[in-house]
Design a protein around this ligand. Structure first.
Ligand SMILES: NC(=O)c1ccc[n+]([C@@H]2O[C@H](COP(=O)([O-])OP(=O)(O)OC[C@H]3O[C@@H](n4cnc5c(N)ncnc54)[C@H](OP(=O)(O)O)[C@@H]3O)[C@@H](O)[C@H]2O)c1
Length: 239
């Protein structure tokens, strides 16, 4: 990780960094020069990832965080500032889905998806904003979903949280642009992670690296341009 990387000197928080898309985003940001605070509930995976990033010459801090808990979010922001002294980038990636028709849906699954996919992203953003507003710069990237723009049977709970996340993102974008803070929403279709079973189409569908590259693309745009929404879908529709 050489001195000329475009995110050198930047500090990023990535939620859901222990697995899947978030893990790849965290590695990509570190490879681009950012110091990364890694947030998720599974401490061992975070510690292992922090070690990998550090062994490659990057800078990483593992902070066990449940984004459904506001005290955990406060601790994450506090630890990041104490360790890295600024916050430039927040990737709201932590999320999950449980799929069932409304008549069969379980209340605890609805509460869980609300608390993590939408409320968690809201509270993480709220927690970093004072720092970004003081810096008069920042980037908040929300990993939404094409399920946040479409509907399908069995997806009422998940889609509702992801449509809500899109509404949140669009609103936040217009609230903070005066502070030179960009808000970007990325809406991938099915991505090859443990989130869902793609065993037949694993190599045809979007890979976590494709989402990470999209994050880097948005961050690499000139500061005057906020690419506010990006959809990612497979070129050939998987069967
Ligand atoms: N895979 C897809 O097809 C797809 C498509 C479109 C959008 N997305 C979105 O992309 C994001 C990442 O999905 P993924 O496919 O990478 O899923 P994944 O492989 O299951 O990873 C989910 C990540 O979220 C973390 N997480 C879950 N609950 C959390 C909580 N309460 N607090 C903090 N972290 C939590 C998990 O870590 P711990 O378990 O260690 O907490 C894990 O790191 C999600 O927002 C998802 O909705 C996924």
């Amino acid at each position: 990780m050489s001195a000329e990387k475009f995110l050198n000197g930047k500090v990023a928080i990535v939620t859901g960094a222990s697995k899947g898309i978030g893990r790849v985003i965290a590695v990509s940001l570190a490879e681009a020069g950012a110091s990364v605070a890694l947030a998720a509930r599974t401490e061992q995976e975070l510690n292992e990832l922090a070690k990998i990033i550090q062994q490659r010459g990057g800078s990483a801090l593992a902070v066990r965080t449940d984004v459904s808990r506001s005290d955990d979010i406060s601790s994450l922001v506090h630890a990041t500032l104490e360790h890295f002294h600024r916050i430039d980038i927040l990737i709201n990636n932590a999320g999950y889905g449980v799929f069932a028709n409304v008549v069969d849906a379980r209340e605890e699954d609805l509460d869980g998806m609300w608390n993590i996919n939408l409320r968690g992203a809201f509270l993480c953003s709220k927690a970093v904003l004072p720092t970004m507003m003081k810096q008069r710069s920042g980037e908040i990237i929300n990993i939404d979903s094409l399920a946040g723009k479409n509907t399908f049977a069995g997806g009422a709970g998940y889609s509702a949280t992801k449509w809500g996340l899109l509404a949140f993102s669009r609103t936040l974008m217009v609230e903070v642009r005066e502070y030179n803070i960009r808000v970007v929403t990325i809406c991938p279709g099915s991505v090859n992670t443990a989130f869902s079973d793609h065993s037949n189409d694993a190599m045809k569908i979007i890979q976590p690296e494709d989402v990470a590259d999209t994050v880097l693309f948005a961050l690499s745009m000139p500061a005057r341009s906020n690419v506010s929404e990006i959809d990612i879908r497979p070129t050939v529709k998987p069967r």
